[in-house]
Ligand binder design. Structure first.
Ligand code: ZN
Length: 453
């Protein structure tokens, strides 16, 4: 089976295979740890997880590197406002990020380099760019990359900067830069940076965001590697600048395949705090949705299409997962039947067709339908093989899903009300539990609850 993916660099679907020894080098831009990541961020991380799992499904090994941006304007502002060292400020958000990935059943990357642990590598890369004439020191001690010196600038974004910038003089408020498009590799220390700063050949300061990813990706994956991904927001200028920095320094191609996932919208609108439709993963968990329901919604749209996140889709995810759970409960190990293997072939073709997950789910539901009609003898292995990519089936773990503490508390109150034969109170509590998404059943053994479908 040939895997095909859409390469943002060529703007074409291309066959993909790793350059060497069956291992795919994959760099995925990670979070800025100044806050909890929101579901738009997680759409990108879950897309990257699907990519990783598909590569593994195809028999390749993956070496994935995902950076943690733990120094930038936002983290410095937050730390200084809180009056704590930068590392103390970012640590809880790093921990939360890893906990959230686990909730969403995202496979861990091989390396999670933090920017603050790689300052010498970034300084060395900036020095090389200055030496080669691609970068210059501005009067304030910052170092800028000169986009005019790098002929391929704009290749990823498909923008012709040469013609656009001819004759463009720097604006008055950008007096430190020679050209308005130049970007900072090193930022000189400012009083608002407080205690945050590192010594460098250009004086005290800190790295720019873009240099971080070029330095760390090349350190762990080599000067040329297979794949680099991110959200579409990263494409320009971040990824364009990464290419410029890396290729100007090494003279070699930086990345063979670039992949980007589209935006996430909530109820058809751009997610924003002011519209009240801004959600972190934790917000959704607090509303009673599970990690796998959220994962199901995040993966069940093609990654290059905008994803509209709505509570209806979570309801649908819950129902669909229940259908899958019911079918997998009937499935057994053993020789895989021919009819089930056909659905696996369809599934494999779909994921290898530029990660067409909606089509892959269609194959899974054909398997569910036929398992219900033909019985599940030998089908378990086929479900498990599909779930190597999807990561939402969980095989029985869902049945043990913890009942949230607030539901348990309501159930205890209700048991007491029933003991006191206070039926009105008992009914009121049943309604309250129902509103939270759970159904109570009474039997001679007492009450039991299940998630309402
Ligand atoms: Zn990056």
């Amino acid at each position: 089976m040939t895997m095909k993916v859409f390469n943002s660099l060529s703007k074409k679907e291309e066959p993909f295979a790793p350059a060497a020894d069956g291992t795919v080098g994959l760099y995925t831009c990670g979070p800025t740890v100044y806050n909890f990541a929101h579901i738009g961020n997680f759409r990108a991380y879950v897309f990257e997880d699907i990519l990783r799992r598909t590569l593994e499904f195809n028999g390749w090994k993956v070496r994935q590197v995902q950076n943690l941006t733990d120094v930038d304007d936002k983290t410095i502002r937050g730390a200084n406002a809180a009056g704590v060292p930068l590392a103390d400020y970012t640590r809880p958000y790093k921990d939360a990020f890893f906990a959230d990935l686990k909730t969403l059943n995202v496979e861990p990357a091989e390396v999670y380099p933090a920017a603050t642990d790689h300052i010498p590598e970034m300084i060395a890369l900036v020095e090389k760019l200055v030496e080669k004439g691609f970068a210059y020191k501005a009067p304030d001690g910052s170092v800028y990359f000169s986009v005019r010196k790098f002929p391929g600038y704009g290749r990823l974004a498909h923008i012709d900067f040469d013609s656009q910038q001819t004759g463009a003089r720097c604006a008055g408020d950008e007096y430190d830069k020679e050209n308005a498009g130049d970007f900072a590799l090193w930022k000189a220390w400012e009083p608002s940076d407080g205690p945050v700063g590192w010594d460098s050949p250009w004086g005290r300061g800190r790295p720019g965001w873009h240099i971080e990813c070029s330095a760390m990706s090349m350190k762990y994956l080599g000067e040329t590697f297979d794949m680099h991904t991110g959200g579409i927001d990263n494409l320009f200028p971040h990824h364009e600048n990464e290419i410029a920095q890396a290729e100007a320094a090494t003279g070699k191609p930086f990345v063979r395949t670039w992949m980007h996932c589209a935006h996430l919208k909530v109820n058809g609108e751009k997610m924003s705090k002011s519209l009240g439709n801004f959600f972190t993963l934790r917000d959704l968990l607090a509303k009673g949705w599970s990690g796998r329901e959220i994962r199901y919604v995040l993966i069940n749209a093609h990654y290059r299409s905008s994803l509209n996140f709505a509570f209806d889709s979570l309801e649908d995810a819950r129902k669909s997962l229940r259908r899958i759970d019911e079918a997998t409960a009937k499935a057994t190990d053993g020789e895989k039947p021919e009819w089930a293997l056909r659905h696996l072939d369809d599934f494999s073709a779909a994921v290898n067709d530029d990660l067409n997950i909606p089509k892959a789910f269609a194959a899974l539901f054909e398997l569910v339908r036929e398992t219900n009609s033909k019985g599940g003898a030998g089908v378990l292995g086929v479900f498990k093989r599909m779930d190597e990519v999807l990561g939402v089936v969980f095989f029985g773990k869902a049945a043990e899903e913890d009942v949230p503490a607030e539901i348990t508390a309501l159930l205890e109150k209700r048991a007491e009300a029933r003991k006191a034969k206070n039926w009105a109170e008992s009914d009121a509590l049943r309604d309250e539990i129902a509103k939270a998404g759970w159904t109570v059943k009474d039997s001679k053994d007492g009450q039991s609850v299940s998630r309402r479908i």
